[in-house]
Design a protein around this ligand. Sequence first.
Ligand code: HEM
Length: 485
Amino acid sequence: KFVPPSPPKLPILGNLHQLGILPHSSLRDLSSKYGPVMLLHLGRLPTVVISSAEAARMVLKNHDLNCCTRPSLVALGRLSYNYLDISFSPYGDYWRQLRKLCVVELFSVKRVQSYRFIREEEVVSLIHSISPFGSSSPVNLTEKLFSFTASIIVRMAFGKTFQQSGFNNINDRFEEMVREAMGVLGSFSASEYFPYVGWIVDRLTGLHGRIERIFHKLDGLFEQVIDDHLNPGRTRPDGHEDIVEVLLRIQKDGIEFGEAPLTKNGIKAVIMVRLFLAGVDTNAATVNWAMAELARNPRVMKKTQDEVRTFAGKNGRVTEDEIDQLQYLKMVVKETLRLHPPAALLLPRETMSYFRINGYDIHPKTLIQVNVWAICRDPRYWQNAEDFFPERFSDSSIDFRGQHFQFLPFGGGRRSCPGMNLATRIVELALANLLLCFDWKIPLGMKGKLVIDMEEAAGPSLTVSKKTALHLVPVDRRSLEDHME
Ligand code: HEM
């Protein structure tokens, strides 16, 4: 028997106490001692943590089929209507059908292209919201970016903004709802880890109540949206088939998902988990980290701005057509995803059958976490790994499409992210326009210094975000130019 190395564990808790407040970082430290294939016991759950590109290749390529199901975790189960969503559904016919739906319908090149006008309109609103009159006080970019990505996803999914849908009150609470949901999804639920008694702990810590509360809030919203779509007098403000419409059409066509047509809960699960919980926060966090890195790296900021201002934005805005000219900006996005992959440990997988990695036995029903955050900062693959240096991608074929195992911000294999194209379009467009329209300054901090805190937010969440909101001072280029004329 060849069991992967494990750190010493406590009775009952196993290694849970060693995860710390930033599990990806604690796991990197542990793996430097116990190796790239390490076995932890999270309560009763055996978990293999992968921390090298070679081992990631084994898991996501060579043995992808052995470990491409997802574990049935409590919070994931509730928020995905009992695993009816694509990301958390077990591997099988239902998942395969949903995955096909994503590739062919929801995130196909054509569909993503058809929502281009939404992204371009929302980027204009973002720019207006930052500086309508060229004022130069600090803005909370984190907040603005969240509203920006949320508006895009809401319009793609529902065909309308919250205001147009008559849900004015939702807009303000939406960020809170998404954060709450991401929090419970990333929480360690005791029911998972401790058989028989775990559920009592979850009730005592309030996790059970939090899951139920957030589930009902979001469920009520989606119920209203679906009813609204079923109203025969409904008009399309955006003039395009939105995602709820696509899902209702597929349901009506009676296409089988597993053994039955898509149910209403299935529709809600797809909108809930995939669009809202994965589409909003990940994109917002990426643009936010990119702006934070640029603000503290003036050389890179200037070089990116020069490129954007030379090759794009002749009409005052960068359009999606122009993005392909912006090769350096694309490297900036890659470098951001390398240092700050929003899903630091990917989404958990579970093994379905026995296999071996590096000579170690991996048994069925083992949780697999790939620490892409650690791999992306590993000096064995990256020179000056902690530095923000986009040029490292200039003469390199490395990309994030799942074939380069040292760089997997979107995962790899069968369960890799199908929203990758949409995500990169949103991120690149936002960044290009923020850099075209404004120069950015760091506000003076409490101690009179120009500093940006790059700490990661502790606590449970599926997305690694910046701990403190990013405040920057926008200097409106157009007002500067007007002033000079
Ligand atoms: C910067 C933005 C994003 C990042 C970094 C990201 C990253 C990821 C990662 C790491 C996974 C898990 C891969 C694995 O387990 O191997 C994933 C899964 C997934 N992502 Fe994304 N994602 C992003 C944006 C989006 C968007 C915008 C959508 C759609 C609106 C989306 C849809 C999905 C879906 C459906 C899955 C589940 C796939 C499955 O289990 O079969 N993602 N994503």
